[in-house]
Each structure stands twice: as structure tokens, then as C-alpha cells.
Write a new protein. Structure first.
Length: 76
């Protein structure tokens, strides 16, 4: 069994009611609903970071290619 940490947080009442309703409907704890939501949020954050890094790499590669074309044109 994985170790669990306990913490307290304050959320909007509407959001709390949604979490409460989902936990009852799915017959799981509110903690498990929140844990799953946090996992999904963290995954989305990592995907955004990767997407940004790939865009930056693409832009650098594009600039390098343009510099190479200009340098090649000067040589010829």
C-alpha cells in the first residue's frame, strides 16, 4: 500500500458539492476523487511543459535552418 499524506484545503462550495455527488454516485471516497483530479491536472501540466519545450526546440531549429541557408547562399 502506498503511503498517503493528509492535508486540508478550502474549495468553492459548488465544487465541493460536485466532488461529494461524484463520490456518492461512484461509491468512492472524496479523497479518491480529488486524488484522481490532481493526477489528471498534473499530467496536463507536464504535457503543457513538454509542448512548450517542443515549440521552443522547433523555433530554434527553424532559426538554425534559416541561418544555414543564408550562410550557404553567401558561400555560393
Amino acid at each position: 500500500m502506498k503511503l498517503k499524506a493528509r492535508f486540508s484545503t478550502t474549495i468553492d462550495m459548488g465544487l465541493f458539492e460536485e466532488v461529494n455527488n461524484i463520490s456518492k454516485k461512484e461509491k468512492v471516497t472524496k479523497s479518491s476523487v480529488v486524488e484522481e483530479a490532481l493526477k489528471l491536472w498534473l499530467k496536463r501540466q507536464r504535457e503543457k511543459e513538454l509542448e512548450k519545450a517542443y515549440r521552443e526546440m522547433r523555433d530554434k531549429d527553424q532559426r538554425l535552418a534559416e541561418l544555414s541557408i543564408h550562410a550557404q547562399a553567401e558561400v555560393l
